[in-house]
Design a protein around this ligand. Structure first.
Ligand code: RP5
Length: 162
């Protein structure tokens, strides 16, 4: 998106993209300017710190950070900014994402990370939560969220079985 991003979506590896593209798609659906990038707490620690530290100055309002395994990205982001940080634990091959979940959620008091579900549900919900945060000061986004919920309910009520 050409506009200056309101949300940044970081992921620890390109291998996370298949999952995190669901956050990208949801933010696009709501028309929220955002930027997606691979940055790793372990493999690119300096660049991660620089990028997140400068986010507030660029007008970013929410950070989404996804990582798997020893998933420290969201926590490191939270250490470098006071913007709300939403963590998405990636499903991992060996432990099915329980490692990612616990690494992301168990933050020390004082440095919060709002942790979502493992995998695709977490990716989508991180985007929806980011929209909800932005909607506190943007009535048009709040209306879009309400319309999204209405459509979702209508789909469920129309389900036919058998
Ligand atoms: C984490 O390690 C990434 O977020 C990814 O989920 C996991 C595996 O990364 P790759 O080895 O596929 O690059 O840092």
């Amino acid at each position: 998106m050409a506009d200056s991003p309101l949300v940044i979506v970081l992921m620890g590896s390109k291998s996370d993209w298949e999952t995190m593209r669901q956050a990208d798609e949801m933010l696009t659906k709501f028309g929220v300017a955002h930027e997606c990038r691979v940055l790793s707490a372990h493999r690119t620690p300096v660049e991660t710190a620089e990028y997140v530290s400068s986010a507030e100055g660029r007008g970013v309002e929410v950070v989404i950070a996804a990582a798997g395994g020893a998933a420290h990205l969201a926590g490191v982001c939270a250490a470098h900014t006071v913007l709300p940080v939403l963590g998405v634990p990636m499903e991992s091959a060996s432990l099915k994402g329980m490692d990612s979940l616990l690494s992301t959620v168990q933050m020390p008091a004082g440095i919060p990370v709002g942790t979502l579900a493992i995998g695709g549900a977490g990716a989508k919900n991180a985007a929806l939560l980011a929209v909800a945060i932005l909607a506190n000061s943007r009535p048009e986004l709040r209306e879009k969220l309400k319309a999204f919920r209405r459509e979702q309910s209508a789909k469920v009520l129309q389900e036919k079985l058998g």
